[in-house]
Design a protein around this ligand. Structure first.
Ligand SMILES: Nc1nc2c(ncn2[C@@H]2O[C@H](COP(=O)(O)OP(=O)(O)OP(=O)(O)O)[C@@H](O)[C@H]2O)c(=O)[nH]1
Ligand SMILES: C[S@@+](CC[C@H](N)C(=O)[O-])C[C@H]1O[C@@H](n2cnc3c(N)ncnc32)[C@H](O)[C@@H]1O
Ligand code: SF4
Ligand code: SF4
Length: 326
């Protein structure tokens, strides 16, 4: 279905849990977020029912995210149920990769097409500090498992942060020379625990691109990387993989926006950077039929704003990234 700005909305990002087995410094406080009581979180059956309603307004692509989606019990059954919905033609997961080595084959068998894995550094000590305790080698094994299992494409999400990992951006970009990986540099957003950070930490996509072309050679545009998100892709000369840029703050991919978000507690959220949400859980639990849920989807799509103004208005108030799913 089209929104008020002639954008076709067909992508639903689903946060299946607000919990996580890591505590990345830009995303969560060290103590984690206040745990939401179990009964406030959507059940897997409720999520599937919501997707079935979403299909009626044109949802075709779903992404399971969080928190860490792979810590949610029942995730494989959810994927199986979603893959039985004929209209859904793409099921993807965004994960920190910690549990991927053990789950990649089962995820693929259940119907996951592809995974995006977060990785901000190639140094074990730094990884441990950024994630507050994570093991880099476990994620490396997860990435290898994803490639070996045939989840395709395998994308890496790297948030570029000054004074944090800016000295490694070239090493990460170089990975695309020898590996069929798609490394995406994401602009730091003033959200989660990065909210209130000094803007000096921010590195624009344009700056990363310049750094890469200066050191590694011309980037040629690539159009055919499977995906539904805002990244723009390029390739280094002779590269097996690609380099993507997600200009979440500086650029205006809002004009191409194609998505809605479903929070872990059952709110349909028209825009990442707008508080407005429409409740699906209450009606669902009160026995609403599909038509009623479809009506909420309509309302959400028609209330999508045309964009955000983060480039001029960096300081936003608190958001719980893990509940919204990024
Ligand atoms: N500002 C903004 N950032 C977004 C939006 N969608 C995704 N992102 C950010 O892009 C980064 C990568 O998101 P992913 O979960 O990997 O999903 P994706 O890029 O949509 O995935 P593909 O389908 O593979 O293109 C995350 O940091 C998200 O927060 C959006 O609508 N607005
Ligand atoms: C919230 S996580 C959820 C999925 C999973 N736990 C993971 O880390 O991939 C989704 C994505 O949001 C990104 N993210 C979190 N906080 C961010 C911020 N303040 N700015 C930019 N990206 C952020 C993460 O790096 C990750 O790639
Ligand atoms: S970015 Fe992902 S892995 Fe890191 S704390 Fe947030 S939800 Fe967890
Ligand atoms: S900020 Fe809002 S309008 Fe812009 S791309 Fe993200 S969800 Fe869409």
């Amino acid at each position: 279905m089209q929104d008020r700005f002639q954008r076709q909305i067909q992508y639903l990002r689903i946060s299946v849990t607000d919990r996580c087995n890591l505590r990345c410094v830009y995303c969560m406080p060290a103590e984690g977020v206040r745990s939401i009581p179990h009964n406030e979180i959507l059940t897997m059956e409720e999520i599937a029912a919501i997707v079935e309603a979403g299909v009626q307004v044109g949802i075709k692509k779903v992404r399971l995210t969080g928190g860490e989606p792979l810590v949610r019990r029942g995730i494989l059954d959810l994927v199986k149920n979603l893959s039985r919905i004929p209209e859904i033609d793409d099921i993807a997961i965004t994960t920190n990769g910690i549990l991927l080595a053990e789950m990649a084959a089962d995820l693929k068998a259940a119907g996951v097409n592809r995974v995006n894995i977060s990785l901000d550094t190639l140094r074990a000590g730094r990884f441990k500090r950024i994630t507050r305790g994570g093991c880099l080698d476990t994620v490396r094994r997860g990435i290898n498992a994803a490639l070996e299992t045939g989840l395709n494409p395998v994308k890496i999400n790297t948030v570029a942060i000054r004074g944090f990992n800016d000295d490694e951006l070239l090493s990460l970009a170089r990975l695309t020379l020898d590996h069929p990986l798609h490394i995406r540099f994401i602009e730091l957003m003033p959200i989660g625990t990065a909210d209130g950070w000094d803007r000096a930490r921010f590195i624009s996509s344009a700056e990363v691109r310049e750094l890469i072309t200066g050191a590694l050679g011309t980037l040629e545009d690539v159009k055919n990387v499977r995906g539904n998100g805002p990244a723009r892709y390029s390739r280094l000369p002779g590269g097996r993989g690609t380099i993507g840029f997600i200009s979440a703050v500086s650029n205006h991919f809002c004009t191409r926006c194609n998505r809605l978000r479903l929070t872990a507690t059952g709110q349909l959220r028209p825009c990442l950077f707008n508080h407005r949400e429409m409740d699906l859980k209450e009606p669902l639990r009160a026995g609403a039929g599909r038509e009623e849920l479809v009506r909420v989807f309509h309302e959400a799509i028609l209330s999508k704003p045309n964009g955000h103004d983060l480039a001029v208005n960096w300081q936003e108030d608190d958001r719980i990234m893990s509940q919204i799913g990024g």
